[in-house]
Design a protein around this ligand. Structure first.
Ligand code: TPP
Ligand code: MG
Length: 332
């Protein structure tokens, strides 16, 4: 694995803080009704992305995830201004403002969405890995999904085929404790989601995903195995989301104390503490980073605000059309 150094930590601090503040800004502009529709934030789960990116080979490896998908493309190299513009529904967005919050996508940067159907991306991720194996490319696909998605039947079909064909994929369940308002405790007779890999003899295990270093180590092992042609791995990334499922969530299913407990092990605080312990940056140097992050977020906001909406005629150009559809004529 690439060494984890002072620079890694400083980079993690800045990027994770940027992702956090980028999404805090989204929450703010959502309340102002500048961003419409659903908005599912990643606050609390940032160590997963930071650790994964450290282990990946950017430019080769691929990523696919669910609708909690605003910061991953940024990590993969997509211009954050374009991500924010997409959420604003502006034509400078990653999908010309037509995809919106749940559908960020960038083929150029190997970020394959952005999927609203819970668990839908599990077989898609396996399929992407199949393509790489079939065409003899040594890329690896990281396929992320939630604890709720892990209980979809589609996981089993994808796991079976991925093991049978030894596909270069890392299946990663981001266990943030809840699927909307349903806790993992209420979903199954045990809470060790990683054990779902055992039935397929897929290498699997739990990871402390509040810590980017732990994620990077586990991910590196899994990616190396996949790249060597030894097939998939299933990681249970134990994490937590601070905000509600989406912006319209009263969060009656958990206590404020529970959230506070997890904030004590906040991934960004952990990274900042390690920097302080090792004297890798002075307080003034940290302030410079904090200011830079603020400026970067403001730049994204300004860009999105000042961009135009797409031409309304596009609405008719990009929809699926079929002359004999619907097959059964509507009565109204
Ligand atoms: C097939 C399907 N069923 C139900 C839904 C409604 N739904 C949207 S998100 C969600 C919860 C998923 O939770 P989890 O997989 O844990 O991901 P998280 O939101 O925690 O990241 C549900 C049930 C959906 N979008 N698709
Ligand atoms: Mg969840």
């Amino acid at each position: 694995m690439k060494e984890i150094t002072k620079d890694t930590y400083l980079n993690w601090y800045e990027e994770m803080l940027f992702w956090r503040k980028f999404e805090d800004k989204l929450a703010q502009v959502y309340i102002q009704q500048k961003v419409r529709g659903f908005l599912h934030l990643y606050n609390g789960q940032e160590a997963i992305l930071a650790g994964s990116l450290h282990a990946m080979e950017l430019g080769k490896d691929r990523m696919i995830t669910a609708y909690r998908n605003h910061v991953q493309p940024i990590g993969m190299g997509v211009d954050p201004k374009r991500v924010m513009a997409e959420l604003y529904g502006k034509k400078t967005g990653t999908s010309q403002g037509l995809g919106g919050s749940m559908h960020i996508f960038s083929k150029e940067k190997n970020f394959f969405g952005g999927h609203g159907i819970v668990g839908g991306q599990i077989p898609l991720g396996a399929g992407m890995a199949f393509g790489d194996k079939y065409f003899k490319r040594d890329n690896v696909t990281l396929c992320f999904f939630g604890d709720g998605a892990a209980r979809q039947g589609t996981l089993h079909e994808a796991f079976n085929m991925a093991m049978n064909w030894k596909l270069p994929v890392v299946f990663c369940v981001e266990n943030n404790g809840y699927a909307m308002g349903t806790s993992v405790k209420r979903t199954a007779n045990h809470e060790d989601i990683w054990k779902l890999g055992l039935g397929y003899e897929m290498p699997c295990g739990p990871v402390d995903a509040m810590n980017p270093e732990k994620v990077a180590e586990a991910m590196d092992e899994a990616i190396s195995r996949a790249r060597a042609g030894e097939g998939p791995t299933f990681l249970e990334l134990k994490t937590y989301r601070y905000r509600g499922h989406s912006m319209s969530d009263a969060q009656k299913y958990r206590t404020k104390e529970e959230v506070k407990e997890y904030q004590k092990i906040d991934p960004i605080v952990q990274v900042a503490d390690k920097i302080k312990e090792n004297n890798w940056a002075t307080e003034d140097e940290i302030k410079v980073i904090d200011q830079r992050v603020k400026d970067r977020v403001s730049e994204c906001e300004k860009f999105a605000e000042e961009s135009d909406f797409p031409d309304p005629s596009l609405m008719y150009d990009i929809v699926y059309e079929q002359e004999d559809y619907p097959f059964i004529p509507h009565k109204i």
